[in-house]
Design a protein around this ligand. Sequence first.
Ligand code: HEC
Length: 123
Amino acid sequence: MLQKTRLMRFAASVLTSAIALSTPLITLAAEDPTEVAAAVVDEKYSEQGSDVKRLFASRCSWCHQGYGMRGADGPRLAGTDKSRDIVIETIAKGKSPMPGFRKQLKPWQIESLADYIKALPDE
Ligand code: HEC
């Protein structure tokens, strides 16, 4: 009987920690999808020291607002129907009036921006 109670307490504590651990992630996703997309991308390019939102803010934000979630001079990037390859090409070569970035950014930086854009949600 005592054993059973212990087991149930243990199960309850595991469940509680699982909920406690997942809540911040769920809250993060609900509050800011750009953080979720950036976390995945920064993990993928962690060896290069990726900080994709910072990169986006310094190069792209004056035309693409809200870290890609809102349009301004440039279109909203979240939910683009272009493939990853086309997005990479657009960032590298530009698309008038958007400048090309292949001389300013390293290939992995351009790829990380494309991965980030493709990881943003549609709505
Ligand atoms: C000077 C303003 C400007 C800057 C800076 C800029 N863009 Fe753009 N971007 C545009 C405009 C305008 C378009 C639309 C071009 C068109 O379709 O004619 C565009 C289009 C795009 C597209 C194609 C979207 C689609 O669905 O067709 C991508 C991807 C993109 N930009 C990514 C970026 C990224 C990443 C950066 C930063 C490295 C960046 N842009 C910086 C203005 C800008």
